[in-house]
Design a protein around this ligand. Sequence first.
Ligand SMILES: O=c1[nH]c(=O)c2[nH]c(=O)[nH]c2[nH]1
Length: 296
Amino acid sequence: MARLAAARYGKDNVRVYKVHKDETTGTQSVTEMTVCCLLEGQIETSYTEADNSVVVATDSIKNTIYIKAKEHPVNPPELYAAHLGQHFLDKYPHINAANIKVIVHRWTRINIDGKPHPHSFYRDGNETRNVEARVSREAGIELKSAIQGLSVLKSTGSAFHGFVRDEYTTLGETWDRILSTDVDATWNWKTFATVADVEKGVERFDQAFEVARNITLKTFAEDESASVQNTMYKMCEEILEKAAEVEVVGYSLPNKHYFEIDLSWHKGYKNTGKDAEVYAPQSGPNGLIKCEVARS
Ligand SMILES: O=c1[nH]c(=O)c2[nH]c(=O)[nH]c2[nH]1
């Protein structure tokens, strides 16, 4: 005997571009997103009995993603995700939850001769701003915002010593190392009852994004890091302090290693310890350090 233990379905990798044309100034602004939308509800029979009468086609879900982008602002992405998710509950009585993920890709305005260009943009890095929304009849609107893929490196100001030394240990202690990671930071909001509650005080989302990004960069740069663990904890603490409506902050950070290379075999070159200049960046394995910090 088997039973359907969990099910959700929808459309993934829906790419959407929206332009805003300010007719008075002639300035255009653009947003490019990749959207995923997965529905849950009384859809069991579509799996167990080939009953497609309960299926909103994934093609229709894709169409809805475009229509809601036309009808509503796509900024901030938290508000767009809430509108999109709520639509499926309002429209289809048998759908109980919509899980939306929005990935916003960077298009940064080009400055020409010190002046912002009215309609030209460039991709200044692979970093994305993400939102995951779960809109359900049971719990309302749960939002999780994120920065993903922000690559950073510091060439000094990072140490790692005092760790467990035993018969499995080969790593030397260091008081000066390279620290590099791809930041994946998330922050969970208190639950919102309605889309109107998300909309009320909507500036909170852009503000929290700026706070999280600035604190990540400033702490990364300025902290005399004792470990990835300790530096990321400081980031979480400060974001919680500055973003009042955020309940939990989390980081997932790969520790991307840069190995020293002994070049003494060539003309006695000194290239280790304080003389290290040429390193070998490693693509793997990497450390992976995660934490979530909540209010006490
Ligand atoms: O910041 C670090 N944390 C670790 O847990 C760890 N482990 C390791 O080998 N190097 C590092 N660096």
